[in-house]
Design a protein around this ligand. Sequence first.
Ligand code: MEV
Length: 417
Amino acid sequence: MMSYTSELSGFHKLNKVEKIAKLKEIIDLTNEEINHLNAIDSPVTIENMIGVMPVPIGLATNFLINGQDRLVTIAVEEASVVAAASNAAKIARKHGGFSTTHTDPIMIGQIQLLDVQNPVFSSHKILSKKQEILDLANKQDPILVKFGGGAIDLETRVIGTAAGEMLIIHLLVNCLDAMGANAVNTMVEACAPLLEEITGGQARLRIISNLADRRVVRARAIFDKEMLGGDNIVEAIIDAWAFADADPYRAATHNKGIMNAISAVTLATANDWRAVEAGAHAYAARFGHYGSLTSYEITEDGHLAGTIELPLALGTIGGATKIHPIAQICLKIMNVKNATELAEIIACAGLAQNLAALRALSDEGIQRGHMKLHARNLAGSISGIKSHEIEVVVKTMLSEGVVRADKAEEILANIRK
Ligand code: MEV
């Protein structure tokens, strides 16, 4: 077994090529592996960067959102996600596509105050100086304020914890088209000393909350019962959703399916998908029980009425999104003008993804569709293969029940003989 030291002193001072060369000194990387690491560069860099992990971007079609057609860019390694979203969007189109609503893009910054005498009384003192605190917060980001955003409100909470009572201050900030982490974190750090002065307590953590429950997006659509496969499927989907909403073990998988689209569009735009994931799952548990992010009902005519509601902290103007050309191209393809529009598209993609998964699970299961796609991907990746050959290779692999790269090559060779 290979063993090496993980103490690489001075590694961070090397450039990328030197870092990879250094890595080669301690790990037996082949020239081909080195070439892979060197092949792609990234406009966004991180500490000790030695490579880039390219993820395919697929185009989900058929989305009609608030009366406007949208092509949706999905960055994910899982083959079935794009087709599933496109199919569900097609079913939603029959009854007018998706409609959305949203709150203002308000993020919460938290300040943890410890050792506060009379925390309830102190919280009232803080609220009596609200304007002074908001002014101090807004001084930190005049640009955000100039464009109509900034700190707009304060909330206080006294919470009991394993380490005693704490006074928690929430600074509410309208982040406009920014995700907001930088702006909010700067504001809460700046306000902390003033809060200490007012309360006599000690400020400790000063950080944004990823439970962005003031920055919520909702989407809804009517999914046509005939296109879904009839009354039985509609009822089976309701059963599947109710199962998820009642049972956290199922809800985790159900919501994972939703995040297949939500995280993937978030990634395609170089937004912080971990923040979005954390917010979504915390929101799904906000009533003390982890349930579904979506819900379904049957309409008078027997169609399926689906909805989704979740927090989406996204930016279109700052961070990696602004400097990453691929993110900019994805925004252009989706025809996104601001962060709220992006959030609306992402919520619709999440609902579509969930409907597609529930429909497949309630009917033939997901494996047959997965195998079809897998077969198509394997055939399509053979270099020089023609489109009519892909069809034959896929059909043969599926009918023989063997879906493997070597089998695809073998079938192709036979066709060409
Ligand atoms: C797989 O990536 C996602 C599903 O498991 C979602 C679900 O079970 O609802 C199919």
